[in-house]
Ligand binder design. Structure first.
Ligand code: AMP
Length: 214
């Protein structure tokens, strides 16, 4: 089964993608992760992407599409793929279809997690992360046992540099312009399922599972 997972920052996409990956034994491919790796490794692509990512702007389509084609060619996709954070533009969606067709594969479902913007702002600006183990907390809804310290390793929690209200606004602006076109593309193909992303993570996951199975 091949799925696309659409959702803005703070929609819970990352958390839910991990659960889908485990339950359905499919491989998660996240362009955000692939790009962050390229930046860490200091590749040519990483150098081009880094300033754009810092600003919450999109990396050009040809670079991202190239990255996805490279990842698909590496394999480990036999049980299915969960595309996370890709496609984010219409040309990316079209390129993905072409790449899957070349591999004799097809898209089965596109899940769009729907969360009102005021909830996104609260989730993202209240988010605190452990820079060592990656655990994620929220100052109000999921506080650590000791204020400002990771429950698992006691490290001082940080606010990610792109989790501020200002950076989030930029990320949402990009999302608002591009994603409706991507959704329309998949709606016309009868693949789009819009899922309510509000409520606790278990409730949201159950809705996603039902959408995937329907
Ligand atoms: P994410 O972790 O998915 O929020 O991605 C982090 C950043 O990587 C984004 O803000 C963009 O700058 C860049 N990025 C990730 N995926 C894409 C994509 N499909 N197209 C363009 N830029 C992307």
């Amino acid at each position: 089964m091949n799925l696309v997972f659409l959702g803005p920052a703070g929609s819970g996409k990352g958390t839910q993608a991990k659960r889908l990956e485990a339950d359905y034994r499919i491989t998660q491919i996240s362009t955000g992760d692939l790009l962050r790796n390229a930046v860490r490794e200091g590749t040519e692509l990483g150098k081009q992407a880094e300033p754009l990512m810092r600003e919450g702007r999109l990396v050009p389509d040809d670079l991202v599409i190239g990255l996805i084609e490279e990842r698909l060619a590496r394999g480990d996709i036999e049980n299915g793929i969960l595309f996370d954070g890709f496609p984010r533009t219409l040309p990316q969606a079209e390129a993905l279809d072409a790449a899957l067709t070349r591999l004799g594969l097809k898209m089965d479902k596109v899940i769009s997690l729907e969360v009102p913007e005021e909830i996104l702002v609260d989730r993202v600006t209240g988010r605190r992360s452990c820079p060592v183990c990656g655990s994620v907390y929220h100052v109000r809804t999921r506080p650590p046992k000791v204020e400002g310290r990771c429950d698992l390793d006691g490290t001082e929690l940080i606010q990610r540099s792109d989790d501020t209200a200002e950076k989030l606004e930029k990320r949402l602006e990009v999302f608002r312009t591009e994603i409706p076109k991507v959704k329309e593309y998949y709606r016309k193909k009868g693949l789009l399922a819009e899922v309510d992303g509000t409520g606790n993570p278990d409730e949201v996951y159950e809705r996603i599972r039902q959408a995937v199975e329907s």
